[in-house]
Ligand binder design. Structure first.
Ligand code: G3P
Ligand code: CA
Length: 253
């Protein structure tokens, strides 16, 4: 602390553990989600695909290659087959044996403890995924701690129309970060959040979204200045691999 920085208390900045606290544990696994809870994240972010037998499974890529010892598309394996893959060793031996989880398990194990920000990856590749997600969430009376998000705004519009109580978020691709007023009107008519990569955001866009009564989350994998930028832009939360920043405590900016 050098006198140049100042302490700011911002209780409104949500801390969201990206793919779980994936800076510390294998992404999108139980270990990463538990670490996110330990680090007092407000939400756990995760990514969803569909297995060959129609189960909603948690993984970022559409292939198992990068984060497990298997290879090929998730959609070519049944859940039982996916369970045989080791989803922890790619990170480190300490996590050997971590198993791929389902969205159902995530809800059963974490819904009571922490918010969940659930991303549908390429929903157009999985016809009927919206109905599956909605059917699962209908079992939960209080949906206020769950957000569904996707880069596919049509899919989010569909989810919102099926379950209006559920908040949905639209992720904006970097190349499309300059949204026109018309596009903003359209997206904020159903999306509670419009989410950007922190590198492609400016204060005017945040203000334009807030004016339309929606909120903004920013994500970054490794940007150490994420909190400071989030404060500067006035966004509502950060999605980070390292959710250890005490964003609900005074932070140095
Ligand atoms: O939550 C935003 C972020 O997860 C989107 O990018 O590739 O990490 O799913 P990606
Ligand atoms: Ca994601």
């Amino acid at each position: 602390y050098n006198g140049q920085t100042k302490k700011v208390h911002n209780p409104n900045l949500l801390s969201i553990a990206h793919r779980g606290a994936s800076g510390f544990a294998p992404e999108n696994t139980r270990a990463a989600f538990q670490k996110g809870v330990e680090l007092k994240a407000d939400y756990l972010e995760c990514d969803i695909h569909v297995s060959k037998d129609g189960e909603l499974v948690i993984m970022h890529d559409d292939k198992v290659d990068r984060t497990t010892n298997g290879n090929g598309l998730i959609s070519e394996y049944t859940l039982e087959e996916l369970r045989d893959f080791d989803a922890g060793s790619y990170h480190s031996e300490e996590f050997a044996g971590e198993m791929i989880m389902t969205m159902n398990e995530l809800l059963e194990e974490f819904y009571e403890q922490v918010g969940l920000l659930i991303e549908l990856k390429n929903p157009s590749s999985y016809p009927g995924i919206e109905e599956k997600v909605v059917d699962l969430l209908k079992e939960y009376e209080d949906l206020s701690s769950i957000i569904i998000q996707s880069f596919d705004s049509e899919s989010m519009k569909k989810i919102h129309s099926m379950l209006p109580d559920l908040e949905v978020a639209v992720l904006i691709r970097p190349a499309e970060s300059l949204l026109s007023p018309k596009k903003l009107d359209e997206l904020t008519s159903f999306a509670s959040y419009i989410n950007f990569n922190v590198s492609f955001l400016n204060k005017r866009m945040v203000d334009n979204i807030h004016t339309r009564d929606s909120k903004v989350l920013v994500w970054s994998k490794k940007d150490k200045k994420l909190v400071a930028k989030a404060q500067k832009y006035g966004v509502d939360g950060i999605i980070s691999d390292f959710s250890q920043w005490p964003v609900n405590e005074p932070v140095l900016i």
